[in-house]
Design a binder for this molecule. Structure first.
Ligand code: NAI
Ligand code: 15L
Length: 265
């Protein structure tokens, strides 16, 4: 295995539990962390409960870590303070700890909500200017900029995954474009960990969907080759949702239902 010790944050979460199983074969030791309780450590695992907002705890968490798969944090639109603590203070703590302990590479779960205010008729490349659709998307844009700073100043490589909708199956019209299968999530994370030279890059986390809004050619050095597609679900989804109402921003804009959630102080 290439990595002696890999850290997975957000290990108690939906995608963290998917990745816990899948990352194990690629490292000698998988260190798992979350603020929430996790299943007990199995062979080759270490389980460390920690709040990303606790700088001392996060510094200790990075000791002996070669690379990080950073999926921990608030994953939806919520009031500002939890987003500030987990996604902004937490990301800063993680990158500082990586710098202190010499971790060289981070795969950061950013989100499509960094660019949620673009229209569904627009095709975005990896250089697209952020247009967040709320505080959550804004916090992920901070993480993208933070990781660029740590690459430019300290050489820590990062792939920011602007993940679409990572679920077992696509279930609505929007997900025909945003869907990322669990197998493709594994392919994407592993491509980012294995790329000989990663640098700092943004890459959209989507499967090989026919009606895509995202163009990953600017991240072709990562070598991510999605194998799945939402197309087999199209007929059933379009039969259930035959009409698009273009006067409804949640149907017109990329961020979907996030784009009309009022900011929560
Ligand atoms: P999730 O909400 O199920 O998991 C996130 C985990 O982070 C939770 O277990 C939570 O306890 C932990 N966490 C929250 N605050 C924390 C803190 N202060 N300290 C330590 N841990 C904390 O979310 P999911 O779906 O597993 O997503 C994982 C990551 O991927 C998130 O960063 C999310 O923003 C991102 N993402 C996910 C997408 C999806 O389709 N599931 C789409 C786009 C981005
Ligand atoms: C996200 O960023 C969320 O974490 C996830 O729960 C989904 O809502 C996803 O985006 C999406 O846009 O479908």
């Amino acid at each position: 295995p290439r990595f002696a010790r890999l850290l997975l944050t957000g290990a108690a979460g939906g995608l963290g539990q998917v990745l816990r199983q899948r990352l194990k074969p690629y490292c000698q030791t998988l260190r798992l962390s979350d603020i929430a309780p996790m299943a007990a450590a199995g062979a080759g695992e270490e389980v460390v409960q920690a709040d990303l907002a606790d700088a001392a705890a996060v510094t200790a968490l990075l000791e002996g870590v070669d690379a990080v798969v950073h999926f921990g944090g608030i994953s939806i639109e919520t009031p500002w303070d939890p987003i500030l603590q987990a996604n902004i203070v937490g990301a800063k703590n993680l990158y500082e700890a990586a710098r202190i302990h010499g971790a060289r590479r981070i795969v950061f779960a950013s989100s499509n909500h960094v660019v949620g205010m673009y229209g569904q008729h627009e095709v975005l490349d990896v250089k697209a200017t952020p247009r967040p659709d709320g505080f959550y998307g804004l916090s992920k844009a901070f993480g993208e900029n933070l990781s660029r700073l740590y690459f430019d100043r300290h050489g820590i490589e990062t792939a920011c995954l602007r993940i679409g909708s990572c679920t077992p199956e696509p279930t609505d019209r929007r997900m025909l474009s945003t869907w990322l299968s669990h197998d493709d999530l594994e392919r994407l994370v592993m491509a980012c960990l294995r790329a000989p030279v990663l640098g700092h890059t943004i890459v959209y986390g989507c499967s090989d969907n026919a009606s895509t809004w995202w163009d990953n050619r600017g991240a072709s050095h990562v070598g991510y080759r999605p194998q799945d597609s939402s197309e087999p679900w199209r007929a059933a989804i379009e039969a259930r949702q035959p009409h698009i109402d273009l006067s409804d921003p949640t149907q017109r804009l990329q961020g979907g239902r996030f784009v009309t959630i009022p900011p929560q102080a």
